[in-house]
Design a protein around this ligand. Structure first.
Ligand SMILES: [Mg+2]
Length: 250
């Protein structure tokens, strides 16, 4: 058992506990198909326009309205106009709403692992997510995972300062963050003095970054929980981009 009653454990929500990235991928598919139908634009061109706008707006995180803006701006770019025609806004808004309105389905084994963690760990167990608080709190409730947590924190952005703010709320010196996004879960948590478990799941490409090789790395949340509770060996400590140089390990 690597946790004590003094350990604060924070867990990320999207793509750590529930599948989410696939809903963004579908929204992009729908946008590309819509632009093809309306404008005859090749889907690849819409994808490229979307990727460019996505990078431009990246600093706004994954807020619902930011994603809507990204979809509208990408369409505008391929349509070549100054603004999206008003009569197209409802259809584009529906495409952009999908990732936020889709039922948040726990990943296989995530709910059970969370229950094991809750039962074994007497210290605080917090959900640490980011985005629009109303949207995220609603999604956490609908996922059915809310009862496992002592608190749900929806941070405006997952920065080192945000993690330091979490740490300041409890006297514990032993703090953990479990998440899938290097840039918004692992690196800022480490910078704030947390220890981290990287759950190497599908991640928004703009949230990828090299993870220090001493950060324990797992293929799913349940494996991270098993390691924290039982001290089982971690599956693999190397991020995928380093594997090719390590004899195909993993
Ligand atoms: Mg995540």
């Amino acid at each position: 058992m690597r946790l004590t009653a003094e350990s604060l454990v924070c867990v990320d929500f999207d793509d750590t506990l529930v599948a989410n990235q696939q809903h963004f991928a579908r929204a992009l598919d729908d946008l590309a198909a819509f632009a093809h139908r309306r404008l005859g634009v090749a889907e690849e061109r819409t994808r490229a326009a979307f990727a460019a706008v996505d990078r431009r707006y990246h600093h706004h995180g994954r807020h619902r309205n930011r994603f809507l803006l990204t979809v509208l701006a990408a369409y505008c770019e391929v349509a070549g106009g100054d603004a999206v025609p008003l009569d197209l806004v409802p259809a584009l808004a529906a495409i952009a709403a999908h990732p936020y309105d889709a039922a948040p389905e726990p990943k296989p084994g995530a709910g059970e692992a969370l229950a094991r963690l809750r039962a074994a760990h007497g210290g605080p167990l917090w959900l640490a997510t980011s985005g629009d608080p109303v949207v995220q709190v609603g999604r956490v409730e609908r996922s059915g995972l809310r009862p496992a947590f002592d608190a749900v924190h929806v941070l405006p952005d997952k920065t080192p300062a945000a993690f330091r703010g979490l740490a300041a709320q409890v006297p514990h010196t032993d703090r953990w963050m479990i998440g899938n996004a290097p840039r918004s879960d692992i690196l800022p948590a480490l910078a704030a003095g947390f220890r981290a478990c990287w759950v190497r799941q599908t991640t928004w490409e703009l949230d990828m970054a090299p993870v220090p090789s001493d950060v324990p790395t797992f293929d799913d949340f349940a494996s991270a929980v098993a390691w924290l509770l039982e001290g089982t060996s971690r599956q693999d400590r190397l991020p995928p981009d380093r594997m090719a140089h390590q004899g195909g390990m993993g």
